[in-house]
Design a protein around this ligand. Sequence first.
Ligand code: FES
Ligand SMILES: [Fe+2]
Length: 416
Amino acid sequence: MTDTSSRLVQSLVENARIGYSLEQDFYVSDAVFKEDMARIISRKWIVAGHVSRIPNKGDYFLFKIGSEQIIVIRENDQSVRAFFNVCRHRGSTICSAESGNAPRLVCPYHAWTFGLDGQLLAARLMPEDFNKAENSLIACHVRVFHGLVFINMSQDAPDDFDATFGDMGPILAYQGIDTARIAYAGSYPTTANWKLVVENFFECYHCVPSHPEFCSMHAPETLVAVGAGPSSGPADAIANFAPKVKAWEDKAAALGRPIGSLDDAPESSHLRLLMQRMNKEGWSSETQDGTAPAPLMGNRTAPDGGRMHLSFSPFSQIVADDHFAILFQFTPRSALATDVEMIWLVNGKATEAEVDIDKMTWGYHATTTQDKVITENNQAGIMSTRYQPGRYSDQEGSVMKFQKWYLQHMAAPKAA
Ligand code: FES
Ligand SMILES: [Fe+2]
């Protein structure tokens, strides 16, 4: 089975045309999705959530990805653990609630009981030669970085976390992601392949036709040049935009903001991206009228008028202004289903009265609701017998980069 799906992927990759959307099978096939899981999704550091979801010992939440379920649980003040939600007896899931608190993890089937460190503590009536120490829960790699819980399902050593993401630390610290609190969470499950969700997020060619609210919050020249990353737009638009960003960077740096952008090559492990630039003239944050919906975030003592898009990988992204940040999670569930979650973060010290939820969520709630529709339409059209890969525009540079990254991962020899 694996060989069949491997061979299918190999021939698809060999026939892929750079500069064109992918062949239908990449977006619809269960066999390709299986390879996506094995070669990419299981091997990347992916944000599972914000650590404020599990402040107390035994607090947990479930993170579902592909056909895997990961229990992310607080072991103690210092330690967050992650385990596959699979009992070592006969394989039942152990946690069924999306979140909760458990002093011990007790399987509901035959009551095997595991500690918060995953060790099997109790299993009734087992034969004499049964070894509890060999039946701990299967751990998943986990790392908390500036308040974000990353998991990595790799069976072998994952990419070194600090080498991969360390340089993003100062940006996250400035934004105060670690001490932020969740003000609102929205779920936009999308009936489409994960690559269509990512491709849509990585281009702003569709912004004008599809996103009136989003476009009202941004200058048109900005969206054309860098609407979906530092190299998303046509070269001349990027060149014209660069001096304006530089002028803003000088002011923002004087206020203490770590400035600069990142644009990983397709050969990179995680295809990270960071675009920092000024918000629209007169807009202090991405709201309907540009006024602030919440207190300043992080280390700011004054608004710097900036807006950033930080991508840890195609699966985990942050968009942030002076007053709020949104964590976007694109989580593949199957060939034709992707969970899309948005978590709005605000200054951890902000009171409820200081945060105007409706104002803060207005723009991106509308935009992501529209993205769900257009991405599902994209998937539906691709299901047709008459679909064929189409040519990309000059405003789809980040999509092309994503495709190169994706195809390289699919072409690489598979780890044992
Ligand atoms: S499957 Fe969990 S105790 Fe039996
Ligand atoms: Fe969009």
